[in-house]
Design a protein around this ligand. Structure first.
Ligand code: SF4
Length: 211
């Protein structure tokens, strides 16, 4: 594992590379982010951003989603894959948001995890992006890169990675750090062929040293 000084150096280097650490999913309302994240499972953010404008136009309110026919929702999100399960979760979440949470996306992990299809990754992202709280979003990029950097022990288990990141990354940095992991993972530290030779943080990386 890395020292606090090493981790801080990595955090600062990533800030320099990606000053705007924003979520690449496009949304306006809190529940729209929740639904977009659900759609992004096994799918790219770019694809999700292609389908959501028509989806959100067809169902402009949470009540519209709660009353929606699952198969019809499926027609709008078909290209995102796993459309039936995703459509069911979206309609079910809309119903629960209205019945149990006054139409607001919850601001705490426990309640978020009650929503259909919402796991810790989604909950962390919502807490960080909507509420400005700490958000340790352990998606595939974050898990892979923090392992390579040596911030974690290389575990692929999202919960173990989240627990290790909670010890290593200050809460106030967590949400932006995870967004930067996604941007960095797309540009440099890709899954199959990381560009270690030219990597701008190679000197800080445990796996990249010597390459
Ligand atoms: Fe990823 Fe290689 Fe850069 Fe390390 S040196 S962060 S493994 S691209």
């Amino acid at each position: 594992m890395r020292t606090k000084k090493d981790v801080n150096a990595i955090i600062e280097a990533l800030k320099g590379l990606y000053p705007d650490a924003i979520c690449s999913l496009e949304y306006e309302k809190d529940y729209e982010l929740l639904f977009s994240v659900r759609l992004s499972a096994q799918c790219t953010d770019a694809r999700v951003n292609m389908v959501t404008p028509a989806l959100f136009q067809r169902y402009p309110t949470l009540a519209d989603f709660a009353a929606a026919d699952v198969d019809e929702v499926g027609q709008y999100i078909h290209s995102c894959g796993f459309w039936r399960a995703k459509a069911r979760d979206i309609v079910g979440s809309a119903q629960m948001l209205l019945s149990d949470f006054g139409g607001k996306v919850p601001d705490n992990m426990e309640d978020l995890l009650r929503l259909p299809g919402v796991g810790r990754k989604t909950a962390n992202l919502v807490l960080g992006d909507i509420y400005g709280k700490e958000g340790y979003v352990c998606d595939t990029h974050c898990i892979r890169i923090t392992g390579r950097l040596g911030i974690t022990d290389g575990s692929k288990d999202p919960l173990k990675v989240e627990q290790q990141l909670r010890k290593a990354i200050p809460p106030g940095e967590s949400n932006n750090f995870c967004h930067r992991m996604v941007l960095f993972g797309r540009e440099w530290c890709t899954a199959r062929s990381p560009r270690c030779q030219e990597c701008p943080i190679k000197a800080l990386c445990r796996e990249g040293k010597g390459k």
